[in-house]
Design a binder for this molecule. Sequence first.
Ligand code: GDP
Length: 478
Amino acid sequence: GTLTVGELAKLLHKDASEVIKKLIVLGVMATINQEIDMDAILLLAGEYGVEVEVKIPVEEDTFETVEETDEEADLLPRPPVVTIMGHVDHGKTTLLDAIRKTNVTGGEAGGITQHIGAYQIEANHKKITFLDTPGHEAFTLMRARGAQVTDITIIVVAADDGVMPQTVEAVNHAKAAGVPIIVAVNKIDKPDADADKIKQALTEYELVPEEWGGDTIFVNVSAKQRIGLEELLDMILLVAEVNDFKANPDKRARGTVIEAELDKGKGPVARVLVQHGTLKIGDAFVAGNCFGRIRAMVNDKGRRLKEAGPSTPVEITGLTEVPLAGDPFMVFEDERKARAIADRRAIKHRQSELGANSRVTLDDLYKHIKDGEIKDLNVIIKSDVQGSAEALKGSLAKIDIEGVRVKIIHSGVGAITESDINLASASNAIVVGFNVRPEPQADLAAQQEKVDVRMHRVIYNVIEEIEQAMKGMLDPIF
Ligand code: GDP
């Protein structure tokens, strides 16, 4: 229900006149007997540092509470979803384009390629879905928003260049997500290509080729000359088979928004990846905080579809607003229900933006440890030189306070970037900057995402700070 300004002031133990002034500052004009809406209540609560619990009388099942309870017999194999990552200019885009062209078979020829954020090809009569936005930034941004869409990562490394900083980032981002890695050693057509040098360099990051006793698959390719593409696709299918990716196609669809925009002609459009169930024309759905009813579905070949099963990317129309990339997507039994869920999500979202957050910080680490919520403290290290990053890594790895340890999920040289913050957010990590500072974008993202970033110049201080935090003896900073 709603409250009048007067009632709210009473609840907050404030003078009504003060509350009215606050509201004016917040851009809300109100008198004492006026009812104010939930937005304004949440804003005010945020101003006064008061927690508000919103109880909305709708049915309990939301995205979070609908459980994936599938009978083993209902689960069928589904195509793997693949993301391509790697250093800039190592050939990610060229490889994506080359793969897209591998199977312009009779049936599909003539179809007009649509950019819908992902595409599907067929190899050995099996389908594979590729996400069209290469790079670990997009990958981790999705994860930071709670979406897990990738099954397999291809790390592209140019054989004439070598393992570069973004290669290492990509490897660490994929590892933090627990996604299997295939290495594509690209540009082997170049005269100065040295595939063995790449293999050697990657052993340092625990990617050891099978012929050297490891379990990482390496494939030599040339995206430009279209060499080794079939083998790469075979290897993707092999990894998919080993991992046994499955989904139940026979239920209401749910998935993730990959991209969304306001199209001049079509209105809000979203490109979604169906991950469970089957999406059908006419389905009522929620995407993030938006709702709608599927008006039309188009695939990556520009074909109109009536249905889309697991691992299928489709562009949908019929939304009332534009959702965000990474937003969860789910079908509900009718539009009324979908609208109620979307409203509820919007309110929850605003609440969490106003502070309620479970992200780990050094200040509340001890509480999380005591409550048994945290077993490892995930840390990202950025430093000015490789040597100090290594030294810091070595020292932090030795910390063990009553079974709680430090896990370095990524370390690198250079300023703290937005991508570091996204990784921290996706992996519930803190960021330590050693003789470096965050880039302005990263600073902003850290504030928004409430990621704890600590800057230091002395290794001993980093260790002491983390040890104290683990013991609950850190002096809070005001
Ligand atoms: P991205 O930044 O990783 O997406 O890299 P691009 O796909 O844009 O490729 C960067 C450059 O490398 C382009 O000029 C490509 O033509 C070139 N390139 C990509 N793959 C190959 C390859 O297999 N062989 C050669 N010789 N050049 C390639």
